[in-house]
Design a binder for this molecule. Structure first.
Ligand SMILES: *Cc1c(COP(=O)(O)O)cnc(C)c1O
Length: 351
């Protein structure tokens, strides 16, 4: 089937490689003497993990984190001699992949520790739960002798509320210090993006940012330093004039107060542009802001054209996708705004 160059694809995700690297460098500086890794789970938060890894590895990043073995296998050709950790640990069924791949399980439970030992051990990472009550050994389990003799590369824990100024941060820091002092590991790691913003007390030997790499602002400290990376771009499929009194879209939620020129674009909730953007989102065409009118459909969105806006079918519009602003408008989190970006975009990297 004849195709077209990705740059000519009707739906695109414009990705700024220089901004990605600049964000990693800033996070790396904020991490002080700790190494700065990168969480690239969920296909690099929706951007495309292989290209993210390639660019960050070239910038000096040596530690990557995915959730699953399928994600690890997909990245294997791009990881080189960098370190790739698998956060979900190992199930029995994962053992063949775990042995074959150049990737390391993050052991989360006593059963996973036993499984790894039975398979001959080898370097592993270990997660300790310090109060989130998600994955990880309890501090009591971790210090019970369960880990004796294991070759632990990174001992880690995860912060539950680092995006807020709450007592839980200090409590998790103390709990992690206490347990880390009793378990031999090559490196210790606690901070995600927001945790890095809390200061170098939280950095230990290795940090694990995700969101901020991709342009999310985890805390006020990152404002002005973290640059946007992602911009969806769509195409005008059809222009029409909706006469006064007529309605647009499913369930006719928008009604024209006067004759209104409308542009229909090739984007919808199947692309992660969820219905929460209905009557709230905006697109940019030249100097003009085009409001989303009516419901977002699966594959289509309607935009109102200002009177002085010149537009043609085939024109490209950029979707306003500032993560903080979009999160405020829609009630979605910046994580959801990124990881929901679907597979229909041609992902086009610049820089
Ligand atoms: C996703 C994840 C991170 C990255 O978190 P961000 O908030 O995106 O910076 C770090 N560590 C673990 C264990 C994670 O699951």
């Amino acid at each position: 089937m004849p195709g077209f160059a990705p740059e000519a694809a009707p739906l695109r995700l414009a990705l700024d490689g220089a901004a990605l690297v600049s964000n990693w460098r800033w996070l790396s500086r904020q991490s002080g003497s700790a190494a700065c890794g990168a969480a690239v789970k969920a296909d690099g938060y929706g951007l495309g993990a292989a290209e993210v890894v390639r660019r960050l590895a070239a910038a000096g990043c040596r530690d990557f984190f995915v959730a699953t073995w399928a994600e690890a296998a997909a990245l294997a050709p791009f990881i080189g001699d960098a370190r790739l950790s698998v956060l979900h640990g190992v199930r029995e069924r994962d053992m063949p992949l775990a042995k074959a791949l150049h990737a390391i399980p993050v052991l989360n439970s006593a059963a996973q520790v036993a499984r790894w030992r039975a398979a001959g051990g080898g370097e592993c990472d270990v997660m300790v739960d310090t109060g989130m009550n998600r994955l990880g050994l309890t501090p009591a389990e971790a210090t019970s002798g369960l880990l004796d003799g294991l070759a632990i590369g990174t001992l880690m824990s995860h912060l539950a509320s680092a995006d807020a100024d709450v007592a839980q941060n200090g409590e998790q820091l103390s709990a992690f210090r206490a347990v880390a002092g009793r378990i031999p590991a090559r490196r210790r790691s606690l901070a995600n993006s927001a945790g890095i913003c809390l200061g170098t007390d939280y950095a230990f030997d290795l940090t694990r940012p995700g969101l901020a790499l991709y342009g999310g602002i985890p805390r006020a400290e990152a404002e002005g330093a973290i640059r946007p990376v992602v911009a969806p771009q769509a195409e005008i499929l059809q222009l029409r004039t909706v006469p006064a009194g007529a309605t647009v879209g499913y369930n006719a939620t928008w009604q024209a107060a006067r004759d209104t020129r409308v542009a229909i674009i090739n984007l919808g909730y199947a692309d992660g542009y969820l219905r929460a953007f209905s009557d709230k989102g905006r697109a940019i065409l030249g100097d003009h802001l085009l409001p989303v009118i009516g419901r977002v459909s699966m594959d289509l969105v309607a935009l109102a054209l200002p009177d002085d806006c010149i537009a043609s079918e085939g024109d490209c519009v950029t979707i306003a996708y500032d993560l903080a602003e979009s999160a405020r408008l829609t009630g979605l989190s910046p994580y959801e705004l990124l990881t929901g970006l679907g597979q229909r975009y041609a992902r086009i990297w610049t820089n």
